[in-house]
Design a protein around this ligand. Structure first.
Ligand SMILES: [Zn+2]
Length: 533
């Protein structure tokens, strides 16, 4: 029996606020914040960027800040871009065969750039590129596809591709019969005021991705008998004569389009009053009551605090033992089954489930270029998970968690899920508002992009008071729903809501870590003026 899920199609009622074009000048507190340091790391990438014809946006903000010019990473793409994907999933050969038509609605510079994210054991092989039946020449290099599309042709391209699927415990691949398929097709590159944005190279941790929101219509053919969870609900499910089933899925304003499928899933549905419908894909049915309790409280807390999700259906799925710990994909939250099995004693399943569900608001509904501003989605998602704790376990639990995190931060302790609270090898970590490319280690990434923003939101909340603080977060959410929010827009939003808080936020985002630590008193409050010794 086919077990494809019939997700009810739902008309999206997105209110897309016009993105702010106002630019925020860098922190007054740190006018020369590490431009020189960053220039070093930027220089190492310039040859790569220049050789490939990318913008150097992934490096950092340029020293020649010009208020007339958008910051690197400020998207200039006019939405929506539309993808029509027809794909056949072939587990026997570990391949996806696909045809993709991408349409956009403004002229693009030639050549047109695409991202080919899966590298290493997997990879996207381009078989051909067409424009209205005419073959176009193209070139692939690493994660980059460039298509020569000269002249005023139609604003659409069709790409034939074959994607290899590795057997891997990674973000992309097959492990023990569970297929996590993300970034499996060519993605039209994002652009800022300087050109096509180069995605940073992956380093084995975090998310080095840069992706614009788009509309999707996906026709997916796969062997019958598998349960699929995807970034959009299915609108039809047609069994074929050959033991295969074809599923059609449609979604608007999606970060990208991912699927997770297996014949092993036990599916159950959590229908929350006020939405969304949460589809639970369980590998261990014994986890159901705990996962439902966390998901119910987390989703209800976030909806009340930030606003309603513009999606009818989302999914929370378990991944096999030994897979990537936990991760967010569009309308999908993934959790390693071992987290709930208690096989990762230092890793809190309740917290990280709430964290991944919070990404439905921050990353998914309100996106950011993760490769350029990891602190933006990770900081908000992780702080949200503590709001969930507060809602479920009470204000004392929230205060205790925040005091513990402030102590770890001041004492230079790790926030990485694998070794929380263990001493860090260095205190010289730099600042928070910086791109993925500037990070060398996972522990540095977790301290600066997760822990420090969590403490920033705690500090802003105390300083602003709950009414003003949550009104600001609701406004930030509403204004950027269905789009990408940049660091400049985040700062502008805070300035509009609470101009008296910008200096505080600038310190949290821009100050060197040792300096920030010296400014925190015993209660974790930020002291202004000259930092202590
Ligand atoms: Zn996260």
């Amino acid at each position: 029996m086919a077990m494809f899920r019939w997700w009810v199609s739902w008309a999206l009622a997105l209110v897309i606020a016009a993105g702010s074009t106002a630019l925020v000048v860098k922190s007054a507190a740190f006018p020369d914040r590490s431009w020189a340091d960053l220039a070093g790391t930027a220089a190492a990438r310039i040859h790569r960027a220049a050789a490939a014809g990318w913008s150097t946006a992934s490096a950092s903000r340029p020293p020649d800040r010009n208020p007339e010019r958008p910051f690197p990473g400020d998207s200039v793409q006019a939405p929506p871009t539309t993808y029509t994907l027809r794909a056949a999933f072939e587990p026997d050969t570990h391949r996806i065969r696909g045809e993709e038509t991408v349409e956009w609605n403004q002229p693009l510079p030639n050549p047109v750039h695409f991202y080919l994210y899966p590298q290493g054991a997997g990879g996207i092989h381009i078989r051909g590129v067409r424009r209205d039946g005419q073959s176009l020449s193209f070139h692939t290099q690493g994660e980059q596809l460039t298509v020569d599309a000269p002249g005023e042709g139609p604003r659409r391209l069709t790409i034939d591709f074959v994607t290899d699927i590795p057997t891997a415990s990674s973000r992309y691949g097959d492990l023990d019969g569970v297929w996590v398929l993300s970034y499996w097709y060519p993605i039209l590159a994002a652009r800022d005021g300087r050109g096509w944005i180069a995605p940073p190279e992956g380093k084995g941790f975090g998310e080095p991705y840069v992706v614009d929101t788009a509309n999707y219509r996906v026709t997916w053919t796969a062997p019958a008998g598998m349960t699929w969870y995807a970034s959009a609900p299915a609108t039809s499910d047609a069994p074929g004569p050959d033991g295969r089933t074809t599923l059609t899925m449609e979604g608007q304003h999606l970060r990208h389009f991912a699927l997770v499928g297996s014949a092993r899933y036990q599916n159950t549905t959590l229908d929350l009053p006020g939405g969304p419908r949460v589809h639970l894909g369980l590998l261990d049915p014994g986890h159901q009551s705990r996962i439902e309790a966390t998901a119910t409280r987390a989703v209800n807390t976030y909806r009340a605090r930030f606003g309603k999700l513009p999606y009818s259906d989302v999914a929370l799925v378990e991944t096999p033992s030994g897979s990537t710990f936990a991760q967010e994909l569009p309308n999908l939250a993934l959790i390693d089954v071992d987290l709930w099995n208690g096989l990762m004693p230092e890793q809190d399943a309740d917290h990280w489930t709430a964290h991944e569900l919070a990404h439905l608001w921050w990353y998914n509904a309100v996106g950011d270029y993760e490769g350029l501003t990891p602190w933006l989605d990770e900081g908000l998602a992780d702080f949200s998970a503590y709001l969930y704790q507060e809602s479920r376990y009470g204000p004392t639990a929230y205060d205790e968690a925040m005091n513990r995190l402030a102590t770890w931060f001041k004492e230079g302790r790790s926030y990485s899920p694998g070794d929380p609270g263990s001493p860090l090898p260095s205190a010289a970590l730099g600042a928070t508002d910086r791109p993925y490319a500037d990070f060398d280690t996972e522990w540095q990434y977790y301290v600066l992009e997760y822990l420090r923003p969590v403490l920033m939101y705690r500090d802003l909340r105390r300083s602003m008071g709950d009414d003003r603080f949550f009104r600001w977060l609701r406004t930030l959410y509403e204004q950027h729903l269905g789009r990408v929010v940049t660091a400049a827009q985040w700062r502008e939003s805070l300035k509009a809501a609470a101009p008296d808080q910008t200096e505080r936020a600038d310190l949290w985002l821009d100050a060197p870590n040792e300096d920030l630590v010296r400014r925190l008193d015993d209660a974790g409050d930020l002291r202004f003026g000259r930092p202590g010794p």
